[in-house]
Ligand binder design. Structure first.
Ligand SMILES: C[S@@+](CC[C@H](N)C(=O)[O-])C[C@H]1O[C@@H](n2cnc3c(N)ncnc32)[C@H](O)[C@@H]1O
Length: 95
């Protein structure tokens, strides 16, 4: 999502991970801002996005926040659990 550093600083702690991957142990976790920009560029609300290399689920987080359906495929069970926790943990107040 595109928010300013000032807005980010004011966010409650539990919301911050949806804007920056600060607590994620995946070694190549992508920026939510960049993935969100890409998703907006190539899809519209209600579309379905497939990420066959889901990793820790940044694409899924962006899809949920941007109201896209999401299908993720991931080899590592550990990363699937991280992705599920991130996607399912998005507070309704952000949707
Ligand atoms: C570059 S990372 C993706 C990072 C992700 N965009 C994120 O933000 O966390 C690529 C992922 O693809 C997974 N992967 C590699 N080969 C795969 C395969 N054949 N099928 C499914 N997942 C695979 C890896 O385990 C790794 O987590």
């Amino acid at each position: 999502m595109n928010i300013s550093q000032e807005q980010y600083n004011k966010l409650p702690a539990e919301y911050k991970e949806y804007f920056e991957p600060l607590t994620n142990r995946h070694p190549t976790v992508k920026s939510l801002a960049v993935i969100s920009w890409l998703i907006r560029l190539v899809s519209k609300k209600g579309d379905t996005v497939l990420d066959p290399f889901m990793g820790s689920g940044t694409t899924g987080v962006a899809c949920k926040l941007l109201k896209r359906n999401f299908i993720g495929i991931e080899l590592s069970e550990e990363y699937v659990k991280i992705a599920e926790a991130r996607i399912n943990g998005i507070p309704n107040t952000l949707l």
